[in-house]
Design a protein around this ligand. Structure first.
Ligand code: NDP
Ligand code: 2IT
Length: 469
């Protein structure tokens, strides 16, 4: 007669084997992480990003020992190439200024390095490495053929004249140009890098190389840019979050939404969520946040932020019924159904996450890169709140950058609707990959596990196919 239950003796054996496996796996991940910390000291954001991936892909490594034997994870955490360079420029007073430039070309297993350039005084190697590492798996999820990279500088564009920004961008590109190319590495925007900065960088690349190629994305519409790239990250975030809402049997109608930040991602997340029936009640910048119970007037935000490069507190000058609070952390205490963090890393800590949960938040989807600390993520998961992780939920920007690259290669220009509908299809596919991978590895409903697993498997398989390189 076939056995249908374990004998106590088999049970013990099973438990022993299982425990040995679990202990081995966690030992393996701990060892890899310990090495990463030792080899990359003083880079907590990079350690944090690696830890999340290691934790999530443990079940894959468990099923596929060849990935351990071929040291795929150890290879993945080591960037293929890192460039650090001096960026000298002259300010409006005629004084020489020196900044530090970075480009980390992390992984090219599935395509040319691709990822933005961050210009912010907080930038150092650890920030660029965390962003570049995240970008590998995000780009894999997009279904487009792009590898992972990131760059930036500790230059602060805030308060600088256009001429100063141009001077910096030209100097930055005077070194960067030799490391990039349309089939090698294609940078784009990120914090502090928008259309103006991409324009100055593109101009200098064109002059230095005497080529007009799709070497940057986020370009102006008259010179190779793609329609809908500006909107893509925010729109994509809302398309992804829409699937989260749908799976919970609901939609945006009447939902109160918090969107942190008021930059590129935040503005277009607000626009799409509002157009689908949501009410965005709070937005922020690095100085403070506004609350408008009538729903934020996005035209006013665009005028302040996109046209005048002003501060969010100016919103109350045109909307005195709204309130402004100094300091940005308090935005997470505003009661809302949906939280869309769209500013920067680690902006939601455990205390903020608990405040969100206590005030009835039902969904969190990340527009910024790594905006929730590990403790905040645990708070959401423990509360059973659907959590859309950055590397999936904000992948619409880079996906549309890849569509811009396609248009450049074909010397074609697609309509807004064509790009937007491709973006929508890509976000749906990313959501499906996340749910399928989570389920396949016994973590049904955990979109963070699903995103990391699906992105990792694609890159790992490509690395295996290429041999030890
Ligand atoms: P922007 O520079 O356009 O806007 C950034 C916004 O976040 C601003 O409102 C800024 O306020 C605020 N902010 C930046 N740093 C801090 C900080 N340290 N503390 C508090 N607020 C801060 O950048 P993006 O909108 O492009 O980027 C926002 C996030 O989205 C980043 O995490 C970026 O990596 C991520 N992202 C961007 C994509 C894109 O296509 N642009 C794609 C995918 C992800 P202030 O003006 O006061 O500095
Ligand atoms: O974090 C990101 O995905 C971006 N800043 C966009 C990168 C890109 O190449 O469009």
């Amino acid at each position: 007669m076939p056995k249908t239950v374990f004998e106590p003796k088999d049970d013990l054996l099973f438990i022993t084997l299982f425990l040995r496996k679990v202990i081995f796996m966690s030992q393996y991940s701990d060892d890899v992480l310990a090495k990463v910390i030792a080899r990359n000291p003083g880079e907590p954001e990079f350690h944090q990003a690696v830890k999340e991936v290691l934790m999530c892909v443990a079940p894959v490594l468990d099923k596929r020992p060849e990935l351990i034997k071929e040291k795929i994870v150890e290879r993945l955490v080591e960037p293929e190439r890192q460039v650090i360079f001096r960026v000298p420029w002259v300010d409006d007073k005629g004084e020489v200024q020196i900044n530090r430039g970075f480009r980390v070309q992390f992984n090219s297993a599935i395509g040319p390095y691709k990822g933005g350039i961050r210009l912010h005084p907080s930038v150092y190697l650890g920030i660029i490495k965390f962003l570049g590492f995240e970008q590998i798996f995000k780009n894999a999820l997009t279904t487009t053929p792009i590898g992972g990279g990131k760059g930036g500088s500790d230059f602060d564009p805030k308060g600088k004249s256009d001429r100063e920004v141009m001077s910096f961008c030209q100097s930055f590109m005077t070194e960067l140009f030799r490391h990039i190319g349309p089939d090698t590495d294609v940078p784009a925007g990120d914090i502090g890098t928008g259309a103006r900065e991409i324009g100055y960088m593109f101009g200098q690349y064109k002059r230095l190389t005497n080529t007009f190629t799709g070497v940057l994305t986020g370009k102006g519409l008259q010179w190779g840019g793609s329609l809908a790239r500006k909107e893509a990250t925010g729109f994509g975030l809302v398309y992804y979050a829409t699937r989260m809402l749908q799976d919970a049997g609901t939609d945006w109608n009447g939902k109160r939404v918090i969107v942190s930040g008021s930059g590129n991602v935040a503005i277009y997340a607000n626009q799409k969520a509002t157009s689908l029936g949501g009410k965005v009640v709070a937005m922020s910048d690095s100085n403070g946040y506004i609350v408008d119970e009538n729903g934020i007037d996005l035209d006013a935000i665009k005028e302040i932020k996109e046209v005048r490069r002003g501060r969010i507190k100016e919103y109350v000058d045109v909307h005195p019924e709204a309130s402004y609070v100094e300091g940005c952390k308090g935005i997470w205490t505003v009661p809302a159904d949906v939280a869309l963090p769209c500013a920067t890393q680690n902006e939601i800590d455990e205390e903020s996450a608990k405040a969100l949960v206590a005030n009835g938040a039902k969904f969190v989807a990340e527009g910024a890169n790594m905006p929730s600390t590990p403790e905040a993520i645990s708070t959401f998961l423990d509360a059973g709140i659907p959590f859309g992780p950055a590397k999936a939920a904000n992948a619409g920007g880079v996906a549309t950058s890849a569509l811009e690259m396609s248009q450049n290669s074909m010397r074609l220009h697609w309509s807004f609707d064509e790009v937007d509908s491709k973006l929508h299809g890509i976000m749906n596919s990313i959501y499906d990959q996340c749910t399928a991978a989570a389920e396949a590895y016994g973590q049904k409903g955990n979109l963070m596990a699903g995103a990391n697993i699906a992105g990792f498997v694609k890159v790992a398989d490509s690395m295996l196919a290429h041999g030890v390189v």
